[in-house]
Design a protein around this ligand. Structure first.
Ligand code: LLP
Length: 433
């Protein structure tokens, strides 16, 4: 086992993913390729759903934050597993619809939804719209009115939490483009406004404090602040929130040194925190929604590359260049995110080299990682980067006119293409001659 049980070493010394030989997968589907173990995603969905039902009752509905990995097939998987989803754009809504995802189980987020986005959501029958600010509230009320509808909404609130994570992925603090802050009084103000809107039905509040969080403490703080806010709103307006969405953010183990989060235990702890907090604040226990993204899909993925040049700079370092890079995984360039890499065809050999894995873009920052332990690399080796299921394909670009890799799903020992490899013809398809 390497990090997770679905990554292992076969008898021939090759990396196996979900029991399949990674070198054979690279041969069959080419490189670079995203390999996603569907069974792992399904298992993670079940863990969250079961824990949520045990802790919050039979109508509990964890949501999959689909920004982590979005393509038609994943919405089918999540629908089959009985979760809801969080969508953040017209594109994600469209993809969910393409998969016939039940619209009432969709929560639609976004800090700057356009009128077109709102119309699309209303016309699709999206269950819940998480309203970010005053203008959106008014626009949505008017658009719902035009349709003779009464739309269920939550209001996005910023509780002012620093979850000790990377600044760029910290979204719950007061100085944020998301939501209305409690401390500035804007959260109460928008709540009062929402309650006057005839075409909107306010169910409660949402907050999301950040991503890749390993401790439960920031969730404790957020839940406490949100429950006191619910109590203050009740005292000021008589409205008592029925729903509290605490967002996503639980961390994932990417490297050996990272901690493992027990998601079922985390859900139970959050449930306990909310139960106690509600009693303390003197409000009814709300329906609690969690919306994990990363922790449902990250570990399920691996990216397979072919090694090209291996360049040793005496006194400096060894660059191992692969046939992908920041266009398929921008997370090191953006956040210095750490990954585990290995050579799939030498998986049983010791990792006695330290290398910088570079991509093939015309840019020095195009790196997958630095100082990475690796087996002895040679041109033609298959290099695997593990735990790339979240925020890789969904953040991929065509920088340098590099086509995006395919997404290959593994299910019950079989591999199938879920998103085909982009071609050069695809790249010019949108260009008008
Ligand atoms: N709900 C909301 C409202 C969110 O904004 C997010 C993530 C989630 C749920 C899911 O959070 P998760 O469970 O995946 O941590 N591109 C960054 C991550 C950005 C996360 C943005 N929001 C990365 O690659 O690390």
């Amino acid at each position: 086992m390497i990090l997770y049980p679905h990554f292992d070493v076969g008898e021939n010394g090759h990396l196996t993913i979900g029991g399949l030989d990674a070198v054979e997968l690279a041969k069959e589907f080419g490189t670079p390729a995203y390999i996603i173990d569907e069974d792992v995603i399904r298992e993670n969905c079940r863990t969250y759903l079961k824990a949520a039902k045990v802790c919050f009752g039979p109508d509990a509905l964890p949501l999959y934050a689909s920004k982590a990995l979005s393509f038609t097939g994943i919405y089918r998987i999540v629908a089959e597993e009985g979760l809801g989803i969080d969508c953040v754009s017209g594109g994600e809504l469209y993809t969910a619809k393409n998969a016939d995802f039940p619209a009432e189980r969709i929560y639609f987020h976004g800090n700057n939804k356009t009128d077109a986005d709102l119309c699309q959501a209303l016309d699709m029958g999206v269950g819940t719209i998480v309203v970010d600010g005053r203008e959106e509230l008014e626009a949505l009320n008017a658009l719902a009115g035009e349709r003779g509808a009464r739309q269920k909404i939550l209001l996005r609130i910023t509780p002012g939490i620093d979850p000790h994570t990377h600044r760029a992925i910290m979204t719950g603090n007061v100085d944020s483009k998301f939501g209305s802050a409690i401390v500035t009084g804007q959260a109460l103000e928008i709540t009062r406004a929402a309650l006057t809107m005839p075409h909107l039905s306010l169910a409660g509040f949402h907050c999301h404090i950040g991503s890749q969080i390993f401790d439960i403490e920031p969730f404790r703080d957020a839940a406490g602040i949100m429950l006191h806010f619910i109590a203050d709103v009740k005292a000021a307006t008589g409205f008592e929130a029925k729903e509290l969405n605490l967002g996503g953010g639980l961390g994932v183990r990417y490297i050996e040194e990272d901690r493992t989060v027990d998601y079922a235990k985390a859900v139970a702890e959050i449930a306990e925190i909310v139960r106690k907090g509600a009693a303390e604040a003197g409000v009814a226990m709300p329906r609690v929604i969690l919306e994990p993204g990363r922790s449902l899909v990250a570990a399920a993925g691996a990216t397979l590359y072919t090694v090209g040049s291996v360049k040793e700079i005496p006194g400096f370092r060894r660059y191992v260049s692969v046939d992908g890079g920041m266009p398929d995984n921008p997370r090191y360039a953006l956040y210095q995110s750490q990954y585990t890499a290995l050579i799939a065809n030498k998986a049983a050999e010791p990792k006695d080299h330290r290398v910088t894995v570079a991509g093939r873009c015309c840019e020095s920052g195009d790196l997958i990682g630095e100082n990475m332990p690796l087996q002895s690399p040679e041109r033609g080796d298959i290099l695997a980067v593990l735990c790339t299921g979240a925020y890789n394909y969904s953040m991929a670009s065509n920088y340098n006119r590099i086509p995006r890799p395919p997404v290959v799903l593994l299910h019950k020992g079989k591999a199938r293409i879920a998103v085909r490899r982009e071609t050069y013809a695809d790249l010019v398809d949108l260009d008008v001659k």
